[in-house]
Design a protein around this ligand. Structure first.
Ligand code: ZN
Ligand code: ZN
Ligand code: FE
Length: 765
């Protein structure tokens, strides 16, 4: 029956609206208000048609926005009024196909309702490690294609039992259309394997046996959501030593998983925001300040005042941690520069000799997704590694002009991630890692292929780094597509601008990092770039550090002592090797090494020039004898940051600012003087940081731009970032920094996609 005062409303909702219980919510809401019509899922979003009185329709739209499911995120709601056609019921219609721009949801940590069930002995899901619902569970790691339906996930081989199917079909159930819905009767199971793949235990017994093995100091590889973890008892020094030996990882901090927030609070300072972050559905690893300083000598994160800690985020982890009751190391199940293992058969081969036992399950993981890492900077979260819980949500930017072509951006070399620009959205992939091994390169290519399949996307343009030797750049050159190379620091600045909604403006970008190929073929890394939307060339390089040589080129990145000698050589020239007074600064090298280094530097062979800020940090760390040889990327710079140790001082070193160069030589002379007078590293580090922050303020004051964008790996440094923000604000500037896109090279692909899109629109105009 068509009422004369009734209308039909067609509603299109875009955003993260699939796999979060959106359709059942619409169904319930429409029924409550008494509206007729239908709702469906398409690859583009959720579509609704409803008929009712204007009051009913208005109430629907209002309540839709207020009561929408917890995990959903609405990007846009479009409505159009139509003639009523007299719907008789309200129904949920089957998904339809269309252009694939629907937002794929990231994996979500176990919700409190599901958690209650797995610990309730009367519940049919008691102790079931794959319990999930529309508010939680796997998404991105199990999706093979869009739209998000069970047959397009790795759950397709598990036929739901009647109990599960009833829940799945009941619009009023928490598991209505929960695609990975499962129970002990019909779903996946866990098994404990020895290192040959022999089954030792199953189900609950497997988890209990795993807990026993961990207590005994064994290293257990545990298959979780986005891949394997290597788990050992964090209290067992011998076990940690063994893990470090087997993983060939002497110093790099390990992440921890704690059984409860209460226990984290016993060991670390936890602010209200950090607490929320730990318990959020993203459940990242959060860098937390330790309570006791002397614990810094521990093997988990040597010399590091912070610990990277996460809470359990799948039922497997919850069940295991409940049996253990103490913190464990939960580090990625991989070897150096390789992606994490996702397949149990592959794991027993690749992790042979590393893990003693394997806790595995039969729900396949489509793609590796690491744990994300977050740190609080200026009272807000900054994502340092963007993966589980965050990827592949698009970076929303209303100023990003619809790209004329579809663009694939392949990122940089370290901390690689890729991006796709489709229409007005940019999808940034999960962290892939260093493209240093065949396995990592394979993962890189797999992520590109699977992203293209998911979004049904054929790029016409490929954006890459300017560095000709990066694997990603070569991949672009060999793709047969039109290639747009993007300068590394330009990409950093654009990435930070994008997440701060600054793409329409002119900004001064401060892009400081370890390495990035410059327009002049040298290695840049202390860039002040003027970036504006109207510049055809994209940016103007307005200032940078005075360049210095890197003896041994790439080896200098692993050996801060080489950077130190490069800096000292710039200061003293050939006298450095000839005069006795300089000998104390050369003690990190043997006679033979010094003979080679002096030749390299005197003849300028294999000693490329750099203006890298990251390398300056390394060099100063080595000169201060904090770190001569690094065993992981960023180690020396981190140690220099940690040397600060809450010291509060405004002292600075002298610097010489020339038109477009920051001459660090007066500072280095003063540091050497401080060192020879026995000034503590603590104070030297503080003065060094303050000097650089001062330099930022002095340089931006010369340029008539208010908005300052801080980006690049150096701005993972909390002190540097926070104090720079404070000083810039005090001087009347508006500083911006990273929050949801990593400041390091994990954000490069996003910037590349924007740069390429700008370049295309400039050439078309
Ligand atoms: Zn749940
Ligand atoms: Zn079932
Ligand atoms: Fe970089």
């Amino acid at each position: 029956m068509v009422f004369h005062n009734s209308f039909r409303l067609a509603i299109a909702i875009r955003g993260a609206v699939q796999g979060v219980g959106f359709r059942p919510f619409i169904y319930r809401l429409a029924n409550e208000i008494g509206l007729l019509g239908w709702v469906n899922n398409s690859t583009e979003g959720v579509f609704i048609e409803i008929e009712g009185t204007p009051e009913q329709l208005e109430s629907f739209l209002l309540r839709l926005k207020i009561e929408k499911p917890l995990r959903s995120h609405i990007q846009s709601i479009e409505t159009s009024k139509l003639e009523p056609i007299g719907y008789k019921t309200f129904e949920i219609r089957v998904s339809i196909k269309g252009q694939k721009t629907a937002v794929i949801l990231p994996d979500l940590a176990t919700c409190s309702d599901c958690l209650k069930e797995i610990f309730d002995s009367t519940n049919r899901r008691y102790y079931y490690p794959f319990t999930n619902c529309t508010n939680c569970g796997p998404r991105y790691t199990i999706i093979e294609a869009l739209p998000y339906d069970r047959q397009h996930t790795t759950m397709k081989t598990f036929q739901m039992c009647t109990g599960c199917e009833t829940e799945y079909k009941n619009p009023l159930d928490r598991r209505f259309h929960a695609q990975p819905n499962a129970c002990p009767q019909c779903g996946p199971h866990v098994e404990l394997w020895d290192d040959t793949g022999k089954v030792l235990d199953k189900d609950r017994a497997a988890i209990s046996a795993t807990a026993i093995a961990i207590r005994q100091g064994k290293i257990v590889a545990v298959k979780g959501l986005g891949g394997f973890h290597l788990i050992v008892d964090a209290r067992n020094k011998q076990a940690i030593k063994l893990l470090r030996q087997r993983k060939h990882r002497p110093d790099k901090p390990f992440a921890l998983m704690y059984p409860s927030l209460e226990l984290i609070k016993e060991h670390c300072q936890v602010s209200a925001l950090e607490e929320r972050l730990l318990q959020s559905s993203q459940a990242p690893i959060v860098l937390l300040k330790r309570k006791e300083k002397d614990n810094c000598d521990c093997l988990i994160a040597p010399g590091n005042p912070y610990l990277g800690i996460m809470l359990p985020y799948t039922p497997i982890h919850h069940l295991l941690m409940a049996e253990l009751g103490f913190p464990v190391i939960a580090t990625s199940g991989n070897l150096k520069h390789e992606p994490i293992c996702i397949d149990e058969r592959e794991a027993i081969v690749r992790l042979k000799g590393v893990a003693d036992l394997f806790l595995v399950h039969d729900r396949p993981i489509v793609r590796p997704v690491d744990d994300s890492i977050a740190r609080i900077i200026m009272g807000e979260e900054t994502i340092l590694r963007r993966a589980r819980g965050y990827a592949p949500l698009p970076i929303l930017n209303r100023q990003f002009k619809q790209s004329i072509s579809e663009i694939l951006a392949v990122g940089a070399h370290f901390k690689n991630a890729i991006a796709l620009a489709i229409g007005d959205q940019i999808f940034l992939s999960q962290h892939i890692g260093e493209l240093e091994t065949p396995q990592a390169i394979e993962a890189f290519e797999t992520v590109i292929t699977s992203f293209q399949q998911l979004y049904d996307f054929q790029p016409k343009i490929i954006a890459c780094d300017l560095h000709p030797d990066y694997f990603s750049s070569q991949y672009a050159q060999n793709s047969g597509l039109k290639v747009i190379p993007v300068q590394h620091h330009h990409a950093h600045v654009l990435a930070c601008m994008a997440e701060n909604q600054l793409l329409g403006e002119t900004v001064l970008g401060v892009a400081w990092d370890g390495t990035g190929y410059g327009l002049d073929g040298t290695i840049w890394g202390s860039e002040f770039l003027l970036v504006s939307p109207n510049r055809r060339d994209g940016f103007q390089r307005v200032a940078h550090l005075r360049p210095f040589p890197l003896p041994g080129s790439d080896r200098a990145a692993q050996e801060p002592r080489r950077v130190a000698i490069g800096l000292l050589y710039e200061l003293f020239g050939a006298r450095l090797f000839a005069e006795k007074q300089f000998q104390p600064w050369l003690r990190a090298f043997s006679e033979a090494e010094l003979a080679i280094l002096s030749k390299i530097l005197l003849n300028r062979i294999n000693a490329p020039l750099t203006s890298s800020m990251g390398r300056l940090f390394d060099g100063i760390a080595a000169i201060s004898n904090l770190c001569q040889i690094a065993t992981f990327e960023g180690q020396a710079a981190m140690q220099l940051e940690f040397a600060l140790d809450q010291l509060s001082t405004n002292q600075v070193y002298p610097l010489l600012l020339q038109t477009n160069q920051i001459d660090w030589r007066p500072m280095l002379l003063a540091i050497l003087d401080d060192l020879s007078r026995g000034v503590t590293v603590n104070l030297i580090s503080a003065k060094f940081h303050n000097t650089l922050i001062d330099a930022i303020v002095k340089i931006v004051q010369k340029i008539e731009v208010k908005k300052i964008v801080l980006t690049g790996g150096c701005f993972q440094n909390k002190y540097l970032t926070e104090k720079a923000i404070d000083k810039l604000r005090a001087a009347g500037f508006c500083p911006y920094w990273h929050k949801f896109v990593p400041p390091n090279d994990g954000g490069i692909a996003l910037g590349q996609a924007i740069a390429a899109s700008r370049e295309i629109s400039h050439t078309n105009n």
